[in-house]
Design a protein around this ligand. Structure first.
Ligand code: F6P
Length: 343
């Protein structure tokens, strides 16, 4: 079999580990592999490279993706699906492994369900917002990077009696903020699933300061909408609203300064959360996902996404993974908030 592989959407630590494992296992089944450059763009433009043992040998620990990525959405054009089918045939592909998040796998689902293409998905995103899997690979690396940063911010915030507002990634789901804020001992955690009450945040900061704790760490997901602000704005190829020009971390720090009199500074962690080598957990998870994707291809089980459920690698229909975003349940958030609000 000739198997194509692509990485779509935002890059994520562990992408190369998936590619490596899928190729190494695929070779044992006698498969040949071809990488498509820049996500779905690589398929449409037939922009490829061979993937063999030598290419994937040294990439286990490398961040980013050797194939490049993009947010190209073939279905933006009415004939996009047909164009993918033609490119698939021109490239002589028997199957395609798409490694991506909700958008990339949403395209994979449509190509399988509506156009009959032999597609298999692997769940990637630092946001951890795909349904049907306990974790997407790359998530815990992002959490580690963010919690390391929060650790460092504690000491400088304390030294200067400052409130530091740490903005982490997560447009629709607050998993990174929740876990990094918990691990980093944040004093307030704000996630997109719960519209925050800025007055309550300021009250907590003031109360803390009155108790002699002059500094505070506030962790906020980039997708949080403050008070009665409008979340509207330009949309990308997948119809997602673009974030406001001034980040929520910056706006929140300004509001805290104005309303509490404390000196508040924003720190926007941004793409540092996606860069660099994956932590061991994500190398292992990505490797297991890649191996399972190759196995599904060998078994000709298409339209599926590999997944982690209860510690075991399994697979689910792509449609189950992309139908609903996995957001932070209110009770999970409340349980954490309870600890944070404690004495
Ligand atoms: O891939 C997910 C993600 O990292 C989100 O957390 C973030 O909102 C977005 O990508 C940023 O995308 P870009 O790098 O295209 O601005």
């Amino acid at each position: 079999m000739r198997i194509g592989m692509l990485t779509g959407g935002g890059d994520c630590p562990g992408l190369n580990a998936v590619i490596r494992a899928a190729v190494r296992v695929g070779l044992q089944h006698g498969h040949e592999h071809v990488g498509l450059h820049g996500g779905w763009r690589g398929l449409l433009q037939r922009d490829t490279q061979p993937l063999d043992r030598d290419v994937v040998g040294p990439i286990l620990t490398r961040g980013g993706t050797i194939l490049g990525s993009s947010r190209t959405n073939p279905f933006k054009d009415p004939d996009g699906g047909e164009r993918c089918v033609r490119a698939f045939a021109d490239l002589g592909l028997d199957a395609l492994i798409a490694i991506g998040g909700e958008d990339t796998l949403g395209v994979a689902r449509r190509l399988h369900d509506e156009h009959g293409l032999n597609v298999i998905g692997v769940p990637k995103t630092i946001d951890n917002d795909l349904s049907g899997t306990d974790y997407t690979f790359g998530f815990w690396t992002a959490v580690q990077i963010a919690s390391d940063a929060i650790d460092r911010l504690h000491t400088t915030a304390e030294s200067h009696d400052r409130v530091i507002v740490v903005e982490v990634m997560g447009r629709h789901a607050g998993w990174i903020a929740l876990e990094a804020g918990t691990a980093g001992g944040a004093h307030v955690i704000l996630i997109p699933e719960q519209r925050p009450d800025v007055a309550e945040v300021c009250r907590r900061v003031t109360e803390r300061r009155e108790r002699g704790r002059r500094y505070a760490i506030v962790v906020v997901s980039e997708g949080v909408v403050l008070g009665d602000e409008d979340a509207g704005g330009e949309v990308d190829e997948f119809g997602h609203v673009q974030l406001a020009k001034q980040s929520v971390g910056e706006r929140l720090a300004e509001l805290i300064s104005e309303r509490t009199g404390a000196e508040a500074r924003p720190v926007v962690l941004g793409h540092v959360q996606r860069g660099g080598t994956p932590i061991a957990y994500d190398r292992v998870l990505a490797t297991r996902y890649g191996a399972q994707a190759a196995t599904l291809a060998a078994e000709r089980r298409y339209g599926r996404m590999v997944a982690l459920q209860g510690g075991r690698i399994t697979d689910i229909p792509l449609s189950d993974a992309v139908s609903v975003l996995k957001t932070v349940p209110e009770d999970v958030y409340r349980a954490t908030a309870q600890v944070i609000a404690g004495p």
